[in-house]
Design a protein around this ligand. Sequence first.
Ligand code: ADP
Ligand code: MG
Length: 340
Amino acid sequence: SIVTIVLSFGTQKMAKEHAIVRKLQAVEGLGSVSIICSDKTGTLTKGTFDVQACKSAGDISEEELVKLIASVESDSTHPIAKAVVNYAKEQNIERVTVTDTKEYAGFGLEATVGGIPVLVGNCRLLSKFDISFPQELLKMTDTIVVCAVGNRYAGYLLLADALKEDAKVAIDRLKALNIENIQILSGDKQSIVTNFAEKLGISKAYGDLLPEGKVKHLEELRQDEANRIAFVGDGMNDAPVLALSHVGIAMGGLGSDAAIETADVVIQTDQPSKVAEAIKVGKLTRRIIWQNVSLAFGVKLLVLILGAGGIATLWEAVFADVGVALLAIMNAVRIQKMIK
Ligand code: ADP
Ligand code: MG
């Protein structure tokens, strides 16, 4: 029909921008977005953390601490885990055998090493297991991976993540498309999330959110029926919110399979600016659909009126049908031309 042809032209244009649309309706959905919620790690930031420092506590050495944390993290696909495993490799630190690994989304990992229970994750994880740790860890504005061995705090690794090159461009372009309501939802500490948000010119930064917390946040936004929400995530623990948003957008490069399965749109290049490009095409697509429908409706109404008055001939009726379809297709072709 004259609507689906526009949607498929829109899809093609988005594919050229490396935004792969998995459901045709998502093209239209992208054009009506009013709120963007974005994950931080791996979405706006590179998610490839560098290990900056190591601080061990108790009778464990720094090298032993790195060895232990890297060993436990080897079973996780979290960006933090990959960074720590890489770091241990660079330092030629061998890993040890780990059993019973259990991952808690938004917290970290629990495992057994040589019969001893080991925890690797954030401060929240230690609190969950009632393990005390120095309170100054809570005030740090960098990401840390904390470790407990045999139910005692054993130290931490300090990691640094950086904004993606085009993260600022992405936010500026979204604002230029009149999308003012941009929010960061992150499982990371509030102090870190606020810091990144300020750099990007985003005023709404929500940190310390568990995956359920992100779900709750989205449910609250959905209470207002007028809101049209796009969630952008790298996929790590994001599948539920991707499904809950009107348009779920996943970063394809780092993203997990679960996220790509639930997403409506996959950004292949991992560039957040492509989200803005996709929305731009979505808006144009919506406008053209609206024009086509009005045109078809208008012409048919006219021929109907003329026909009733005995003025319209067979040729006008044919034009109302075939001609309008042709014009609608030509109008849809403009999607290819109008951007860039
Ligand atoms: P974000 O919302 O920033 O993408 P996640 O929900 O993926 O973050 O994770 C939230 C927090 O949980 C991380 O910042 C980290 O502190 C902790 N965490 C989760 N998985 C791991 C892991 N495998 N190793 C260490 N920490 C982890
Ligand atoms: Mg994430």
